[in-house]
Design a protein around this ligand. Sequence first.
Ligand code: HEM
Length: 431
Amino acid sequence: APRRPLPPGPEPKFFSGNVHQLPRSEAWKVFAKWSETFKSPIVFYRIFGRKFVVLNTFKAANDLLEARSNIYSDRPMAWMYNELVNRKMGVFFISSQHPRFKAYRRLLHAGLNPRAVGYYDEILDDERRTLLRNLKSKPDDFMAHLRRAAGGIILKVTYGWTVADKDDYLVSLMEQSFAMAVEIMTPGRRLVDVFPLLRFIPSWLPGAGFKRKAAVWREQLSEVTGKPYAWAKAQLESGNYVASFTSKHLSPEDGHTLNSEEEDIIKWCSAALYVGGADTTVSGLASFVLFMTMYPDVQRRAQAEIDEVVGKDRLPTWADEASLPYVSSVIKEVLRVAPVGRLGLYPDPMTFNPSRFLATPGQPPQQDPYKLVFGFGRRVCPGAHFAQVTLFLSIASILATFDICKAVDDQGREVDPVIEYSSGVTKSVSL
Ligand code: HEM
C-alpha cells in the first residue's frame, strides 16, 4: 500500500532536520505556533534521523493514545540504554506487546489503587508532619524540604525505607541512576542509537569502547534496581519491617512461594515508583509554592476554605478532600499550568485561576486536567491516585499551617521569584 503522507510541519534541512528551528527550552511554545501556521492539531518534525509527531490538542491525543492505544503505547527505542545496558525490562521501557507488560500493570495497580493507598495512611501522615516541622525550622530551605518529602514518601511506601535527613543512601543511589540514565540517553550522544547495527561489534575491537562502557553501566544500574529490593526483602524476612508496596507483594495473600519470575516483576515495579513518583511530586509542590507567592488571593481563599471545613484543631485528611473543592482546584490548576508539560489547552491558558474548575451558575467547570497530566491509554500513570493523595495532604497541610509569601531583600522589599521551567522528562521549576 502507498505510504500515507506525514503530518504537516516546518521545512527540514537535509541532514539535521529541524534542529535549527527548535529552541533549547520551552519548545512547546514553538509547537503551538506550528499548529497555527500549518493549521493542523498534529505536526511533524525531525531531528537528524529521529522523527517526532506532536499532538497539540486534547482530541488528537485522546484519539491516538487512548482510542488507538493498541498501536500507540510504546516508547521510542533506545538501543544503548535498553539493549546494551539491559534496561529493557524496566516498567517505563518495556514494550506494551511484551507479556510482562500486563503483569507489571496489574502489580502496580494492586499496590497503588485507592484501596491500597489507604494502607499507607500512617506513612503519609508521618511524612507530612516531618515536612511541616522542617518548613517551620528552616523555611528558606523549602526546596530541600520538598525534595526530602517527595523522596521520603516514595521510598517509605515502596520499600519501607526511612530517608535520613542528610545524604541518604538510597536517595543518592537513585539520583546517581537518574544521572546515568540521562547521560546514556541524551539524544545524539550515542552513535549506536543512530546506527543500531553497531551493537553487534565485538567488545574487544578498537572503537568498541562504548560496549565496554555499556557493560559497566549495566552492572551499576542493575545494582540500583537490586539493592533496595534486597534490603526490603531482608527486612521482611527478619520480621522487623514497615509494610510497604514491596513487602505486600512479597507476601501474597494465598501464601504461595514466589518464583524468580514473580520476584523479578516485583523488583522492576518497585524500582519504577521512585522514577515515576519522586521528581513529579517535587515539581508539583515547588510549583504550588511558586504560585502561592504570586497569587495571594488564591492562597487566602484556599486557607479560608480549610479554616471553615476543617477548623484549626487538626490537619486536613484525605477524607476532607471532597469538602475542599477550592483546595482541590488549586492542585488541579498547579498541575495544569506546571509540571510535565504546560498544557495551554483551555481558555485563557496562561492565567493561574483555580476557579475555572468550579461550576458557577450558568457556567460548567472547565475540563479536568487529570485526564491529561497523567497520560493516556495503556500506559496511563499507575501512580495517579497516589499522587493526588500525597499532593493533597502536603498542600492542604501547608496551607493550614503557613502563609507563603515572596522573599524580601535587605531593604524589606518583596523580591519577585524568577520563573524558569526547565525542559526534560519532568518539568522542574528552579526557585
Ligand atoms: C504529579 C505527579 C505525577 C504526574 C503528573 C505523572 C504523570 C505521568 C505520565 C504523564 C506518565 C506517562 C503516561 C504515558 O506514557 O502515557 C506516567 C507514567 C508513570 N508514572 Fe506517573 N505521574 C505522577 C506521579 C507518579 C507517582 C507518585 C508514581 C508512583 C507512585 C508514578 C508512577 C508512574 C509509573 C510507574 C509510570 C510508567 C507507566 C508505564 O510506562 O507503563 N507516577 N506518569
